[in-house]
Write a protein that binds this ligand. Structure first.
Ligand code: AMP
Ligand code: ZN
Ligand code: ZN
Length: 415
């Protein structure tokens, strides 16, 4: 009798140790790892839901957690912010400093629009995105768009990925991802992404406070309805963790808020790495002080702040990368930095982003739901840099080096 209870006790201890080991590796619900779907709705300002009827967003939010808002990385542009979400690195540590920028060591420009194919080129991308961490640790990742997902990282790619083609209908993206997540399908993905660009496009064309953006938000709500019915169809409603978020917000632009750089400095004395709303200026040899002083002198008369690279506020995480040039000019909210010829030819969009990441206009929406998330809770605002750690915990992965804190978002999860 004594012997039997001793054996039982030893077995119980072994079982407890096993559970503890796995939970240290990142599991949250009794040793079971649930698949994760990460969704980005480009340019979805945190305020968009307040003024629209969105039954499917509401259903999702009620079944999980919603953050007061999320703080994206800086500058608040699509490529830098998505890459922070995926890698947990501040921009200075991942090197995708804008959507378009010149690298003086490579002697090449990074640019995402056709015919450029820099997104597919491994040399640009620093750090390790969550889908590569997953693949390297024996999991299956499948991406239906995400900036950076088309490139191999140290020779590794997601099991399934798609070359960016904005014309692929949004419903087709959802149907494909549902097939990849289907537990009875061929892929049985542990991690998947979805990406939608039309809310951002509508925001640029008509401004964030337009009826057209409201229409886009409702279209997105319908798409979510479609996604939920597909998840139901594959029997994953109770098993799939879903993170629904965005890369940055959107701000109203104004023709009264223009900064003409050619009025302030001689553009022949600098190289422009990027223009607006964060002008990244590389003064020619020996001219840094002259350019910086000229811009500093006029700062109070125009809508911007200028910094030498080493003085850029630390909270931006935008100092220590060789691609970041010596002089950084950050436009005040709603201002555009441009030149007279460029403005005359191209004008300005109705909406734009890229500004200070800790402003209501640039804050994004964040919600998450699924078996591992708390239900019906609102959580306080947080920085997107921490999501990589949360995702690696959900997937039971050992994280690569990153700037997030391991336990920073632990309170999102059921214990
Ligand atoms: P932005 O210019 O910052 O507003 O970026 C939004 C645009 O980025 C979208 O409308 C797409 O055209 C483009 N985009 C998003 N994801 C990708 C990708 N993975 N590859 C190439 N272009 C992309
Ligand atoms: Zn974007
Ligand atoms: Zn945009």
């Amino acid at each position: 009798m004594y012997f039997r209870s001793l054996i039982l006790a030893v077995f119980t201890m072994l079982a407890i140790t096993a559970v503890q080991c796995t939970s240290e590796a990142g599991l949250t619900t009794e040793g079971e790892i649930n698949p994760l779907l990460l969704i980005s709705i480009d340019g979805f300002q945190n305020e968009y839901l307040e003024r629209n009827e969105t039954p499917n967003f509401d259903r999702f939010i009620d079944s999980g957690i919603k953050a007061e808002y999320m703080i994206p990385s800086f500058p608040t542009k699509t490529f830098p912010t998505h890459w922070t979400l995926a890698t947990g690195l501040y921009v200075e540590n991942h090197g995708i400093i804008s959507n378009s920028f010149f690298d003086y060591e490579l002697g090449e420009r990074f640019s995402y629009g056709p015919p450029d194919d820099s997104p597919n080129d491994e040399r640009w991308w620093g750090g390790e995105p969550i889908w590569i961490t997953a693949e390297k640790q024996g999991k299956t990742a499948a991406t239906f768009f995400w900036p950076g997902s088309e490139a191999s990282i140290n020779g590794v790619r997601p099991t399934k990925w798609v070359d960016y083609d904005g014309s692929i209908p949004n419903r087709d993206r959802i149907d494909q991802v549902a097939e990849w997540l289907d537990p009875n399908g061929d892929v049985r993905a542990d991690f998947a992404t979805l990406y939608f660009s039309f809310v951002d496009s509508r925001g640029h064309a008509y401004g964030p406070n337009s009826a057209e953006v409201d229409e886009a938000v409702k279209e997105m709500d319908d798409l979510l309805g479609h996604l939920f019915s597909k998840i139901e169809e594959i029997g994953m409603t109770d098993r799939l963790n879903v993170i629904l978020t965005s890369d940055h917000g959107m701000a109203e632009m104004s023709e009264d808020k223009l900064v003409f750089l050619d009025d302030l400095i001689n553009l022949d004395h600098v190289d422009m790495v990027d223009w607006t709303p964060v002008a990244m200026i590389r003064p020619h040899e020996g001219r840094t002080e002259e350019i910086y002083n000229a811009l500093k002198k006029e700062e109070d008369n125009h809508g911007y702040t200028v910094y030498l690279r080493e003085d850029v506020p630390e909270r931006f995480g935008f100092t220590n990368h060789y691609r970041i040039p010596e002089t950084i000019m950050i436009a005040d909210m709603s201002y555009t930095i441009t030149s007279r010829p460029f403005f005359e030819q191209r004008g300005i969009p109705a909406g734009n982003h890229g500004f200070d990441n800790d402003t209501p206009e640039m804050h994004t929406f964040f919600s998450a739901s699924g078996p591992d998330f708390l239900r019906g809770e609102t959580v306080e605002a947080f920085e997107s840099v921490h999501l990589y750690e949360l995702m690696s915990r959900l997937l039971g992965l050992g994280p690569a080096k990153n700037d997030g804190e391991r336990d920073r978002l632990l309170h999102f999860l059921r214990q």
